[in-house]
Design a protein around this ligand. Structure first.
Ligand code: CTP
Ligand code: MN
Ligand code: MN
Ligand code: MN
Length: 373
């Protein structure tokens, strides 16, 4: 399969490289190899190292220019011993042996491949790996594998949803969602969130937040939207989760906790004709279908939580994590997608806009496009 073909076949020892190859000094970003290390740690359930590598990757990404010597990263925050060792390898040899070892690792390759399927997390991937399965084809033909509904959709639309969504496609999806939502409720409030709100050119899905100006009116909204998408014949898959939101609960300290608002994870059918621009749909060459499947997330908080949900769902994940850490460490406040709690004053701080939240935190407003940490 393609992943195995892509890997470097020459595996050399550190020693032989040092003897044969001259020491070179190259400029590197270092962001990608560190992301791979983070991912590998995640597969090994090493939460600490995983977070450390992600943090370090984010710091390197934020630098104005590529790094060309170790001195350039000496004073940077969040770079641990492991990260520095990897950067040293890359700066000296033009590559990291540690990272190359991981890329060649059979388990890493299999888990990366399996978790690339919508609905397959590290636990399921690990289970399949332990059963000796290595390719997607093997999973589909293994008689004793029970796929859930989400995973069946993940395999069915695999080639489409593993392809990046372009800005033009996201815009077309936005038009469909906008028309659908406002057909149901003309006064509904709708916003694009996620990576596309941060100005990214490509994404793995398109995220939206919607609510009603009057508290409580948002309750049935998402189910109506889902019905309407079904009526239009464009709903390929829907996983709806009702609200479990509890007003009396304090914001969560743990970043991994999902928020409790009603939401749905969808796969929509996007027609070629709806996408503007020369290239139109992101498709395989030779694929003559006039449509593609696109992953879409919709979240519907009550309006008094809208600003918190908007901030949380705009991301990036790392930016959100950093903001929460800042709130807790520097301000003794708890921030999540629902609320901001001041531990000193023992009360929740209200916000109608993201600007309000930054102001409560004593921070200057950060534009969405500056949140790509
Ligand atoms: N998010 C969240 N709760 C979830 C899922 C996502 O708060 N249950 C937040 C994440 O922190 C993320 C944002 O919503 O920053 C968007 O999530 P996602 O679509 O996964 O990531 P994007 O940043 O949009 O990137 P991509 O292009 O891969 O979609
Ligand atoms: Mn997204
Ligand atoms: Mn993502
Ligand atoms: Mn999403």
């Amino acid at each position: 399969d393609s992943m195995r073909e892509g890997r470097p076949v020459r595996v050399e020892t550190r020693h032989s490289i040092q003897v044969r190859e001259p020491v070179v000094s190259v400029s590197v970003c270092g962001h990608l190899p560190l992301c791979e290390l983070a991912e590998s740690s995640e597969f090994n359930e090493s939460k600490g190292p995983c977070l450390a590598f992600r943090q370090a990757a984010s710091v390197l990404k934020s630098l104005p220019s590529a790094v060309h010597c170790l001195k350039a990263i000496q004073g940077l925050p969040c770079l641990g011993e492991h990260t520095k060792a990897v950067m040293e390898e890359i700066l000296t040899f033009g590559r990291s042996f540690k990272v190359e070892e991981i890329r060649c690792d059979e388990r890493y390759q299999a888990l990366k491949l399996f978790t690339s399927v919508f609905g397959v997390g590290p636990k399921t991937a690990e289970k399949w790996y332990r059963r000796g399965l290595r390719s997607l084809q093997e999973i589909l033909t293994e008689p004793n594998i029970q796929l859930n509904r989400m995973q069946r959709a993940g395999f069915l639309y695999y080639s489409d949803i593993s392809k990046a969504v372009s800005k033009a496609e996201a815009k077309a999806v936005g038009c469909i969602i906008e028309e659908t939502v406002h057909w149901i409720a003309p006064d509904a409030i709708l916003a694009l969130t996620g990576g596309f709100r941060r100005g990214k050119e490509y994404g793995h899905d398109v995220d939206f937040l919607l609510t009603m100006p009057e508290m409580g009116k948002e309750e049935g909204l998402l189910l109506h939207v889902i019905d309407r998408l079904k009526d239009q014949g464009i709903l390929l898959y829907c996983d709806y989760q009702g609200s479990t939101f509890d007003v009396s609960k304090l914001p969560s300290c743990r970043f991994e906790d999902m928020d409790c608002f009603q939401k749905c994870f969808l796969i929509l059918r996007l027609e070629q004709g709806q996408v503007e621009g020369e290239r139109g749909l992101q498709r395989d060459p030779g694929d003559s279908r006039g449509w593609r499947a696109v992953r879409v997330d919709l979240v519907a908080p009550p309006v008094d939580r809208y600003a918190f949900a908007l901030l949380g769902w705009t991301g990036s994940r790392q930016f959100g994590r950093d903001l929460r850490t800042f709130a807790q460490k520097e301000r003794q406040m708890l921030l999540d997608n629902h609320a901001l709690y001041d531990k000193t004053k023992k009360l929740c701080l209200l916000a109608t806009t993201e600007e309000d939240i930054f102001a409560h935190l004593g921070l200057e407003y950060v534009e969405p496009w500056q949140r790509n940490a």
